[in-house]
Design a protein around this ligand. Structure first.
Ligand code: GLC
Length: 527
């Protein structure tokens, strides 16, 4: 059974560059985040996850670390960080750090040493291979950011591996010194008060020791990323990687009440397998089913029912609608469906991860190719792979730069920020923000929504998804109409009262045997 606090927490992802600029350079920072803790508390947030704030040349905006033990001056310094943690803890908000163990920046001193000569003691900290006889790369492995995953280093005439940008060389996890050092990095931050980690690309740590070519993906078509043209059987999800996640989690468990969530895009059964391997309540993989499966009742229901059952009550399910790598949910689904998505995310059993601005219904912002900042957009021009659209500044108010900064922000604000912002949504009773606040509040005050088990319902209607959350005698019923038409639903036997509609225009309405769901409407009912 649940015996740690994480299963109840609502987690909020902050992309620090874009949350709040406190020093007038157009880029968000730690003191800016500290200024907004009251907003987060008021929203009902229990934990924040900060995308990387370590020292970095920012080629991949912090996912390319050049010093694991320090904060990048763009965001502040160690004392700002300590003070943010202290303030957050003072409000009972936990702090998760992003943790990037697969690769460092090219500018990390370890890599500088490693590339300096073939017999440097740090040579083996990264993955180096000699060229093939014809000078070509050692094998066909691809980078997620386009092209080969190998880069020839002129100095020693060997290739180094980079699963991401050429500026992000992969560490060699088969070297025990690397493992030891990285585990110490985790301890260092936990000693500083950090409550745990979001582990970046946790599925990739180990690569095939024989460096075999990866097979072609038969279902690939060329509007997908080139990376998807191969099946990554030799670079992802190796058994060594899964066991290493258990080791990382053991380090997390050296400290009280910490947590670790892993970025892993995979299938249901692999997710479940991971829960079992790591086998601790301080661990969960992200579940991206809302993002990766088609948005229809059949697919989503099938996943949710199976997932909830297989995860069981010993572990915590997670639900994600978006992050800094994914198109925003309101842009993908439209406003009505995004409200339903939020309703499901916040009422299903498990830990919701909210991406900053989702609570406002923030949209993607089109960034012209010549203004692109994200290396995925810069490296793969002509495709729509850039992630800048979902990383634009948080919209606090209707002032010139949206209350984010006093100067032009690093990425442009959404065009509608004057209407869609925290200040105006606070005043609008039917806003997205008030929807999030209301549901989070219900979640905290209603036992069945907090700890209750999930009872799937089948309405034999392909447009309606519903389930009950039940704790002892208390029941909460959730209904969601995925269609653009009215749907009439027979209610399970009980005395039901509608407490909330995703349109925020119904309250405390006694229901009879049937209920009408309006287009794209979701409802919470109490019995
Ligand atoms: C993860 C991050 C992404 C980053 C990549 C390389 O997928 O979420 O933003 O570019 O890892 O670190």
């Amino acid at each position: 059974m649940v015996d740690n606090t994480w299963g109840r927490r609502v987690v909020y992802q902050i992309y620090p560059r874009s949350f709040k600029d406190s020093n007038g350079d157009g880029i968000g920072d730690l003191n800016g985040i500290a200024e907004k803790l009251d907003y987060l508390k008021d929203l009902g947030i229990d934990a924040i996850w900060l995308s990387p704030v370590y020292q970095s040349p920012m080629r991949d905006f912090g996912y390319d670390i050049s010093d694991y033990y320090d904060i990048d001056p763009i965001f502040g310094n160690l004392s700002d960080f300590d003070s943010l943690i202290k303030k957050a803890h003072g409000k009972d908000i936990k702090v998760l750090m992003d943790f990037v163990p697969n690769h460092t920046s090219l500018e990390h001193p370890w890599f500088k040493e490693s590339r300096s000569s073939k017999n440097n003691p740090k040579r083996d900290w990264y993955i180096w291979k000699s060229p093939k006889k014809n000078g070509a790369a050692p094998n066909n492995w691809l980078s997620q950011f386009g092209g080969s995953a190998w880069e020839l280093d002129k100095k020693t005439h060997e290739y180094y591996l980079h699963t991401f940008d050429v500026s992000q060389p992969d560490l060699n996890w088969r070297n025990p010194q690397v493992v030891e050092e990285i585990l110490n990095v985790m301890r260092y931050w936990m000693k500083r008060g950090v409550d745990g980690f979001r582990v970046d690309v946790a599925y990739y740590l180990f690569k095939d020791p024989f460096f075999r070519d990866e097979p072609h993906n038969p279902s690939y078509s060329d509007h997908h990323m080139q990376y998807d043209s191969l099946l990554h059987i030799y670079t992802s999800a190796l058994p060594e990687t899964l066991n290493m996640l258990k080791t990382l989690n053991n380090v997390v468990n050296e400290f009280d009440d910490r947590f670790m969530v892993c970025e892993i895009y995979t299938f249901l059964h692999e997710i479940i397998n991971l829960y079992k391997i790591v086998n601790h309540q301080s661990f969960a993989p992200f579940n991206f089913s809302f993002i990766s499966l088609p948005w229809n009742v059949t697919e989503q229901k099938k996943f949710i029912d199976e997932f909830d059952e297989l995860v069981g009550h010993d572990y915590f399910p997670t639900y994600v609608l978006g992050n800094h790598d994914q198109s925003r949910i309101a842009a993908k689904l439209g406003e009505g469906a995004a409200r339903i998505a939020a309703l499901l995310q916040l009422t299903l059993r498990g830990i919701p991860f909210i991406y900053y601005g989702e609570e406002l219904g923030m949209q993607d912002v089109e960034i012209p190719e010549e203004k692109a900042k994200d290396p995925m957009a810069v490296n793969m021009k002509g495709f729509d792979f850039g992630r800048d659209p979902q990383r634009t500044p948080m919209q606090w108010d209707s002032s010139k730069f949206g209350g984010f900064s006093d100067v032009e922000p690093w990425l442009p604000l959404e065009k509608e920020f004057k209407e869609r912002n925290v200040a105006s949504e606070k005043k609008d009773k039917k806003s997205f923000l008030n929807l999030y606040k209301s549901i989070i509040n219900l979640r905290k005050t209603r036992k069945s929504l907090d700890e209750g088990k999930l009872i799937p319902l089948d309405f034999k209607n392909p447009n309606v998804l519903g389930f009950v959350r039940k704790e002892k005698e208390e029941k909460t019923l959730i209904l969601a109409n995925f269609s653009e038409e009215n749907q009439i639903v027979d209610l399970p036997e009980d005395n039901w009262k509608t407490i909330l509609s995703t349109r925020l225009d119904v309250e405390n309405r006694e229901e009879k045997d049937q209920i009408l769901l309006r287009p794209s409407e979701g409802i919470i009912l109490f019995s």
